[in-house]
Design a protein around this ligand. Sequence first.
Ligand SMILES: Nc1nc2c(c(=O)[nH]1)N[C@@H](CN(C=O)c1ccc(C(=O)N[C@@H](CCC(=O)O)C(=O)O)cc1)CN2
Length: 281
Amino acid sequence: MPAQLIDGIALSQKLRAEIAARAAALTAQGKQPGLAVIIVGDDPASHVYVRNKVKACEDAGFYSLKDQYPADLSEAALLERIAALNADPAIHGILVQMPLPKHIDPHKVIEAISTKKDVDGYSVLSAGELMAGLDGFRPCTPYGCMKLIESTGVNLRGKHAVVIGRSNTVGKPMALLLLQANATVTICHSATPDLGLYTRQADIVVAATGRRNTLTADMVKPGAIVIDVGINRDEAGKLCGDVDFAGIKEVASHITPVPGGVGPMTITMLLMNTVEAAERT
Ligand SMILES: Nc1nc2c(c(=O)[nH]1)N[C@@H](CN(C=O)c1ccc(C(=O)N[C@@H](CCC(=O)O)C(=O)O)cc1)CN2
């Protein structure tokens, strides 16, 4: 039987309705959730993501502010703007769209954001809170992946999860979240020999490599859940993920599509973190 699709658009709609209700309750108390989105430069994909974030904020009843700067903005000017937003009581979350131009150090920028407003969950303190099992902000993409897995109804306790990719923003936090949910977790990466040896033992595979066809049907245990974080283009320019969707859907029990899987959930979890930030103030 072909795998069931895990529909990130449908799940996002459901969660965004819940978030909008929380935002309305806060607004009624004079505390409308506010998100500041900063974009530097002219990367076309980043502009699309930022537009979608601002629209999602408006739809959820948030106050949103978009700061758009040319690629030659100085690092000092960006840090100064973040300091002002840290002090602005109407802003509960601050997001700096990545990637930044090469002359700006992303670590410096992320660390300049107040931990209370770090709704991307990218700072060292937020990462430490996740590591320690404390209630900080979880990075939006892995947080969204967890919600997608949760929506299948499968209990992760005792299951073996394999994460492919070890980035600070997806692979590492993903592994920690799976661990918190009592899965047994293996992290594989570009230096892992014989990737299939690990993935064939996995009940859940999360692919976050940025490379097409990282995972093929012969590398998947029948009945596994496959979550595809990738956003790539095929030879025809069509959007595709990191896994061979057509082959794997004949083997897995559940699979996320690209587009329409993890991507929309990344924005949904940003809204979730922002409403949470407003509730905490
Ligand atoms: N500060 C941040 N920068 C970046 C993040 C992030 O979480 N915080 N993540 C990515 C980009 N990203 C959000 O910013 C993002 C990527 C993709 C999608 C999405 O909805 N994708 C759609 C397809 C869109 C398309 O047609 O191109 C999908 O998968 O269905 C949302 C957000 C890097 N930077």
